[in-house]
Write a protein that binds this ligand. Structure first.
Ligand SMILES: [Zn+2]
Length: 211
C-alpha cells in the first residue's frame, strides 16, 4: 500500500491518501479548509490516476472534517465514522468560530463503523480499532498486511492527543493506546492525525507517556 500525506488548514491536519495498486484509493480525514486546498487534494489524486472509493474519519473534530462537504460534492462519497462522533460534527460550526475559522456544517456520515469492523477499498482491508479518550468515538484504522495504522489524534510521534475537549478522558486514552495500539507489531508504521509518522516500537521505547 502506498500512503501519501497532505497537510491542510491552519490547524495543520494530516490527510492521508491510501493507494493499493488497484487504481482505487481511500482518504482518511479530509482536512481541506477551503476550495483551494481541496483543489490541491483533487489534483494530487488525479496526478496519481486514482479513484476515491472510501472516506473515513478517525473522529469528527472540525479540523478532520473541514473537507467532507467538498468531498461529497466532488466524489459522491460521504464519510464513515463512529456513532459517538456526531455531536462533534454538529458542533463544528460554533467551535470553528471560537477558533476564528469559518466552515459550513459538514454532511451527515454515510455510515457508522465501530470496533472490530473491516472496511474495504480496492483490494485492501482496514480493521477498525476503537481508541477513545481524545474524543468519545475516536477510531484507528489498521492494516496488518501492510503494517500500517492510522491513529488520528489518539497517538502522535512522542505524544498523545489532548483530553480536555468534550468526551476526552486521560485514563481512557492511555488505556486505549496501551491495549489497542501499543499491542500491534513493533514495526507497524504509525500515521497520526498531526505531525510525522513513527512506529509502534519507537513509541513504546520513547513516548514519555508510556516509558
Ligand atoms: Zn481531535
Amino acid at each position: 500500500m502506498e500512503v501519501y500525506r497532505l497537510v491542510f488548514s491552519p490547524i495543520e491536519v494530516n490527510t492521508y491518501i491510501l493507494a493499493d495498486g488497484s487504481g482505487k484509493c481511500a482518504v482518511i480525514d479530509c482536512g481541506c479548509y477551503n476550495r483551494a486546498e481541496f483543489d490541491r487534494l483533487t489534483s494530487f489524486i488525479e496526478a496519481k490516476k486514482l479513484e476515491p472509493v472510501l472516506l473515513l474519519n478517525t473522529h469528527c473534530h472540525l479540523d478532520h472534517i473541514f473537507g467532507n462537504g467538498l468531498f461529497l460534492e466532488k466524489y459522491g462519497l460521504g464519510a464513515y465514522c463512529h456513532k459517538d462522533e456526531d455531536a462533534n460534527r454538529r458542533d463544528s460550526v460554533p467551535v470553528a468560530s471560537i477558533f476564528g475559522l469559518k466552515m459550513e456544517l459538514p454532511p451527515e456520515p454515510a455510515g457508522l463503523i465501530g470496533e472490530g469492523e473491516i472496511v474495504k477499498f480496492g483490494v485492501s482491508e482496514l480493521k477498525v480499532l476503537f481508541v477513545p479518550g481524545h474524543s468519545a468515538g475516536s477510531l484507528a484504522f489498521y492494516s496488518e498486511k501492510d503494517g500500517v495504522v492510522f491513529t488520528g489524534d489518539a497517538l502522535f510521534a512522542g505524544s498523545i492527543g489532548r483530553t480536555d475537549l468534550r468526551g476526552g478522558n486521560y485514563d481512557i486514552l492511555i488505556k486505549s493506546i496501551r491495549e489497542n495500539l501499543l499491542s500491534l507489531p513493533g514495526d507497524t508504521i504509525v500515521y497520526p492525525g498531526h505531525g510525522e509518522s513513527t512506529t509502534i516500537e519507537t513509541e513504546i521505547t520513547n513516548n514519555p507517556y508510556f516509558t
